[in-house]
Design a protein around this ligand. Structure first.
Ligand code: ADP
Ligand code: ASP
Ligand code: MG
Length: 404
């Protein structure tokens, strides 16, 4: 069971979570609980590091931002004990949860579950902080924002257990229910679709958590934390495609305002140029998403546009302009006022016309498309970020998602 930040936002919430765990425990279940930091706490810690120094040391950054989860784990273990449920906390380094050394974006490599399982022998509930792990050099690491979902799935995979993600919505919706009140809750969604939704900006599950669940076949459920115990809600099951009877052409719409656009004007149109540009970015550990390159009219130079995460923009420009592989071009333009909107569905594989519907709906709404990219089950467009909400609503309507 994983409880997100809003589910442990204050002592009342923590007591509510403890009462919920007790009901499962009373039913005889063996339980490991993963907790996030109290709502807003990780943002506060991140801001402290930024106020302190301009470019914090990555290991010390992790030492600070991992602290929020440690408070939640202790408070929840105490609250469980107060209800008569034997519980103990296990920090990431105590179990341990081993990770790669990449601070602030570490990947789980191994989870030692011996402590959890030993505790189960005496019906003890294990309370584990999400988001944090132990790097190969013995230093504390964190898994990237929203990483407690991934901690939970990693632990569930190691325990061969199912994973329930308790949050402030009662499941996965056709799009963000805070943005589109008519969004519809999905009973089931395929791993592949959830993976695309998450990687295109749907924050209900961290992308890496869905990837891990898919690879290890962990049954993943998104459920409401504050549900009435008398009327338990099934939430949304993230499962394999063959467990879904009715496959939708379009299942959901995602958006992300965390994008930035870079355009290189007048780069040489010759073999090896793309490799130099994207090599320089890869060396700086920067992910590139949408890419368009124009044909060159004169066979000499061309223009290239691509997107990176907003947080990586500064380092990307630096890598392109100053790095040892600096790129020659007439002009480098960068812009942050862009958003990516994506429509996703496994039914797209066998249905034509999905992109056309998207472009028609955006055209009718007078929204200009700057860049387009597609995969087998996704079409994404880059637009002016001020148009995000209008675009998402127009597309939700165009595919009839409210009533499908
Ligand atoms: P937690 O703190 O529990 O980890 P998050 O804030 O990370 O919770 O994720 C839950 C939020 O995800 C919801 O409050 C909702 O606004 C947002 N969200 C965005 N898109 C969707 C969607 N398609 N379905 C459900 N929730 C979504
Ligand atoms: N507390 C971390 C964050 O805010 C991890 C999480 O909540 O999943 O990103
Ligand atoms: Mg989250």
């Amino acid at each position: 069971m994983k409880f997100g930040g809003t589910s442990v936002a204050d002592i009342d919430c923590i007591r509510n979570v403890a009462a919920h765990i007790k009901r499962e425990w009373d039913a005889g279940k063996e339980i490991a609980v993963v907790v996030s930091a109290m709502a807003g706490e990780t943002n506060r810690l991140v801001a402290l590091t930024a106020e302190n120094v301009v470019r914090p040391d990555p290991a010390e950054y992790d030492a600070v931002v991992a602290a929020g989860e440690q408070v939640s784990m202790g408070l929840l273990a105490m609250a469980l004990q107060a209800l008569g449920v034997p519980a103990r906390s296990w920090a990431g380094w105590q179990l341990p949860i081993r990770t790669s050394p990449d601070h602030a974006k570490a990947r789980i490599t191994d989870v030692d579950t011996a402590g959890i399982e030993d505790g189960w022998a005496s019906r003890q509930v294990a309370v584990i902080p999400g988001f944090q792990g132990l790097g190969p050099d013995g230093r504390l690491t964190t898994l990237g924002r929203g990483g407690s979902d991934t901690s939970a799935v990693g632990i569930a995979a190691a325990l061969d257990a199912q994973c329930d993600i308790y949050t402030d919505v009662d499941g996965v919706y056709t799009t963000d229910p805070r943005m589109v009140p008519g969004a519809r809750k999905l009973e089931r969604i395929a791993y592949e679709e959830m993976l695309e939704l998450a990687s295109q900006g749907t924050k209900v599950l961290q992308t890496r958590s869905v990837e891990l669940a898919m690879v290890h076949g962990v049954p993943l459920r998104v459920v409401l934390s504050f549900a009435d115990p008398a009327r338990p809600e099934p939430g949304t099951l993230v499962c394999s495609e063959d467990e879904i009877v009715e496959k939708q052409v379009v299942t959901g719409i995602a958006y992300s305002r965390d994008e930035a656009k870079i355009t290189l004007l007048g780069v040489a149109d010759e073999p090896g140029v793309a490799s130099r540009i994207f090599g320089a970015l890869a060396d700086a550990n920067i992910n590139v998403d949408m890419i368009v390159q124009n044909i060159s009219e004169d066979g000499q130079v061309t223009d290239l546009t691509f997107t990176v995460g907003k947080a990586d923009l500064e380092s990307a420009v630096e890598a392109l302009e100053k790095g040892k592989n600096s790129v020659k071009c007439r002009k480098l333009l960068s812009e942050t006022g862009v958003a990516k909107v994506s429509v996703i569905g496994i039914g797209m594989r066998s249905h034509a016309g999905v992109a056309r519907t998207m472009f028609e709906a955006l055209g009718k709404a007078g929204i200009n498309i700057q860049v387009i990219s597609t995969s087998e089950i996704k079409v994404s467009v880059l637009i002016d970020s001020k148009e995000t909400e209008r675009a998402v609503r127009a597309l939700h309507d165009a595919y009839g998602l409210e009533t499908a």
